[in-house]
Design a protein around this ligand. Sequence first.
Ligand code: GLA
Length: 391
Amino acid sequence: MTHLNANELSQVFEREFHATPRVFRAPGRVNLIGEHTDYNEGFVLPSAIGFYAYVAIAPRTDDKVVLKSSEYDGQFEFKASRLPELKQGAWSDYVLGVARQLSQAGLSIKGANLLVHGEVPVGAGLSSSAALEVASAMALQSLAGEVLPLKQIAKLCQNAENQFVGARVGIMDQFVSCFGKQGHAVLIDCRSLDYELVPIPPDLDFVICNTMVKHELSGGEYNQRRAQCEEGVRILSQFSPEIRALRDVSLEQLRKHQADLPAIVFRRCLHVVQENERTLQAVQAFRSGNLPLLGSLMQDSHQSLRDLYEVSCSELDAMVEAAQSLPGFVGGRMTGGGFGGCTINLVRHAETERFAAEVSARYRAKTGIVPDIFVCSAANGAGAEAEHAAV
Ligand code: GLA
């Protein structure tokens, strides 16, 4: 993939559209712990990472919205005053879905040229789609002359994905793409949308290891996990009407009603209830500098995702195993929705290079696949790029 900075993107825009754009960007994310808890109104602990989606935008004098990408050929054209109601099955859906949401929120979508550039690896589980949604929302609202509260931006980007694109994702990815902070993880309460910044020790790097596999079943399996959680809530709320989401269920309550739940639903619920608890404990571990505890919580999280929630796969398990006991390793687990994608490892900075080389060699020896390894740290959330006069 070609990497363009905002200035270079402006120059490409000028060549394509003969106008000077404003450029907005929003990051992808990695989740440290709290997996499959967001749509259960629980807790998550992601960080934004320094891979961004960029959207350059300038107004047009007519009613057309024209979308181009720096990576893909061709362009999409729509009427600003009559945006399509159905998805088209292309990357443009993320931008369109957001435009429709903004318009439903009362913003006027006007004729505009947009050029999109993505540096978040696509299909790796690092939320390239949320990054594109949030950057698009920032860009489109700038032309409407309004600034919506960031929480509303996060919500409406999630709605775009739920309603227009058709994936029933939770709020985590869009939220942290908006609120990420350099050097910090973000503890999000996915019910209230309150959040806290949790400092990450400066000598720890994120080493993100891409298994390079994405099992096709993931879309359907994700929605099925959600449905199983909803089934658990439906049954448990018959005994305790105050239960509105798995967030409200204690471990004792769950164990007491084990026999009332289908075995598979019980396992899914057990993962969610314990994962919420682990996420809060991980925040304490970060705050008190208890890195061994953090490491064991991440390990438990992975095992639970593998055995109870059943969203891991042999490649993710091999990648997690490959990291064990390497010098500098603090903790690691699969990250994101699962069925492929990446693991996240917290690694002491002094050992990062060696760790990256070793984990890659071990994974390759086990699976025959050469992984991509990204070394990064927690980055800031979405915003406007400084104005660039393209030269
Ligand atoms: C995907 C979704 C998130 C979240 C994770 C699992 O990344 O987009 O909302 O549910 O899976 O934690």
